[in-house]
Design a protein around this ligand. Structure first.
Ligand SMILES: Cc1cc2nc3c(=O)[nH]c(=O)nc-3n(C[C@H](O)[C@H](O)[C@H](O)COP(=O)(O)OP(=O)(O)OC[C@H]3O[C@@H](n4cnc5c(N)ncnc54)[C@H](O)[C@@H]3O)c2cc1C
Length: 467
């Protein structure tokens, strides 16, 4: 019997799982590699410890989809057609131009000190997204976390970030975060959303195409009302206060000119602030492979192929759009990969339903994106002494000076002059803020490695074969 071609899928969220399952069902052997301890990605995150050991129940969004994906994964793992490498952090994917074969390099375990290399005939990048962080005075105080971070604490550790929490920023993620916290017994002191209802109404025709999504949003709103949480719209956090840790936040309504409207400022006592301004695609691995981007996501064609032969991308790595879009894209990618690895041209009619869903959901995501943009003038309001890059302790004033008096005309020169983006996170946190402050377009930093790699791991790699 001919050996099955081998696909490595990086990322076991909805996109990666859908891709892996579609490919394995069509005669492909799959290795699914993920940094997390369990499959499911961000939306289906589960506690690392048995829930019985903790007091509060874990929130279970979309349990049906989650169970269906997990059951199918378990079945294929039992037959040996899918290998699932958990707690494996991929730092680089290499493609041999001569053979077209891939080497996927990962670091294993929580210490991330042991190198593992998996070889493959094709790669599906389903690495999802990460949160956009925008600074404000006090954002580095203990008690201030990202919205997704607060949710990860609750879902993954069953621990809320505080007893009285303000959820703030913009975007649909704030709703499940606030609802999850309220249902876990946390007092949600305020849900502060910078977008206004008018922005939603302006996009109503595009949004109305996805009644299921609107119902999901309404469901969260109803759950919040049951807990007495009413959204404070068209407001933004202007400062977090506290001596050693967070004690309160000040919120206010920016006017059309970006200045705060007098009389709208209010101080809300709290011991945690969960703040989010939307998501950005994870593109490091794709960029290191030489894949082109479209906007901030990996550019793909109708089969979810990147412009590098043998590399597909699906889900939020290609653009932020939600779990259903990730599932549709992953399904298309998996079917395309299977056909291509078997040396045939895929029949797009076979995935017509997924392609239609993809079109609708991309339009919906674009409409949401326009509604939930970060407040236009947030950067102008940022005082000079606010830390922007917390790894390298660079302030807003230093970034402004680099782009002003020192004449830096692009993000790279700002980085060289200030060190903003040179620290541990490599600009993932401060990149959008530096772009906002300087007016330079935000381009994901091109990094050879997706995460720090011990020298010993690099030294132990085999010599590259001559092409
Ligand atoms: C923090 C956060 C919280 C969210 N909460 C919600 C929510 O409550 N409700 C909702 O509807 N949507 C939520 N979303 C959005 C939702 O997660 C996505 O719409 C959906 O899960 C996208 O699926 P995906 O497969 O593209 O990516 P993801 O589900 O993000 O999966 C990507 C996977 O790739 C893995 N990965 C990434 N890089 C590497 C690497 N270098 N090596 C190994 N593994 C890697 C990650 O560990 C992850 O498991 C959240 C997103 C984020 C970032």
């Amino acid at each position: 019997m001919a050996e099955r071609p081998h696909l490595v899928v990086v990322g076991a969220g909805p996109a990666g799982l859908a891709g892996a399952l579609a490919a394995v069902a069509r005669g492909v052997r799959v290795t699914l590699v993920d940094a997390a301890e369990q499959a499911g990605g961000q939306i289906h995150r589960r506690p690392a410890v048995a829930p019985a050991a903790r007091s509060r129940p874990a929130p279970r969004p979309r349990a049906g989809t989650r169970e269906r994906l997990r059951d199918a994964l378990d079945r294929h793992r039992a037959t040996g057609h899918i290998a699932h490498l958990t707690d494996h952090h991929v730092w680089c994917v290499e493609r041999s131009p001569a053979s077209g074969e891939f080497a996927v390099h990962a670091l294993r375990g929580p210490a991330q000190e042991e190198g593992v290399t998996v070889r493959a005939d094709a790669v599906l990048l389903a690495t999802g997204g990460y949160e956009r962080v925008l600074p404000f005075p006090g954002w580095t105080l203990p008690g201030v976390v990202t919205a997704g971070g607060a949710q990860a604490m609750l879902k993954g550790q069953l621990v809320p970030p505080g007893r009285t929490v303000v959820v703030a920023g913009t975007g649909p993620l704030l709703l499940p975060v606030a609802a999850g916290l309220a249902e876990a017994g946390v007092r949600v002191a305020a849900l502060v959303e910078s977008a206004g209802p008018r922005a939603l109404l302006r996009r109503a025709p595009a949004l109305a195409w996805q009644p299921g999504k609107l119902a999901e949003g309404a469901g969260y709103a109803a759950r919040l009302l049951r807990h007495g949480v009413r959204p404070l719209v068209r407001h933004t956090v202007v400062e977090a206060h506290g001596a050693d840790r967070l004690e309160a936040v000040t919120v206010a309504a920016p006017g059309r000119d970006g200045r705060l409207v007098p009389g709208t400022t209010r101080r809300i006592p709290c011991d945690a602030l969960a703040v989010g301004h939307g998501l950005l695609p994870h593109t490091d691995l794709a960029e290191a492979l030489g894949c082109a981007l479209s906007g901030t996501g990996v550019r793909v064609d109708t089969e979810q192929r990147t412009d590098v032969p043998g590399v597909w991308a699906a889900g939020e790595a290609t653009g932020i759009g939600g779990a259903d879009l990730a599932l549709a894209e992953g399904h298309v990618a998996g079917r395309s990969i299977a056909a291509r690895l078997h040396g045939t041209a895929p029949d797009p009619h076979a995935w017509a339903a997924a392609a239609r869903a993809r079109t609708r959901l991309r339009a919906f995501a674009a409409a949401l994106d326009a509604v939930y943009a970060p407040p236009v003038d947030w950067a102008d309001r940022l005082p000079d002494d606010t830390t922007v890059c917390r790894c390298e302790e660079v302030s807003a004033g230093q970034v402004r000076e680099a782009a002003g008096d020192l004449g830096a005309g692009d993000a790279r020169t700002v980085k060289l002059l200030t060190r903003a983006g040179m620290g541990w996170c490599q600009g993932r946190m401060c990149g959008p803020a530096v772009a906002g402050l300087t007016g330079c377009p935000f381009t994901p930093g091109r990094r050879p490695f997706a995460r720090p790699v011990p020298l010993g791991v690099l030294a132990a790699l085999p010599e590259p074969q001559p092409d």
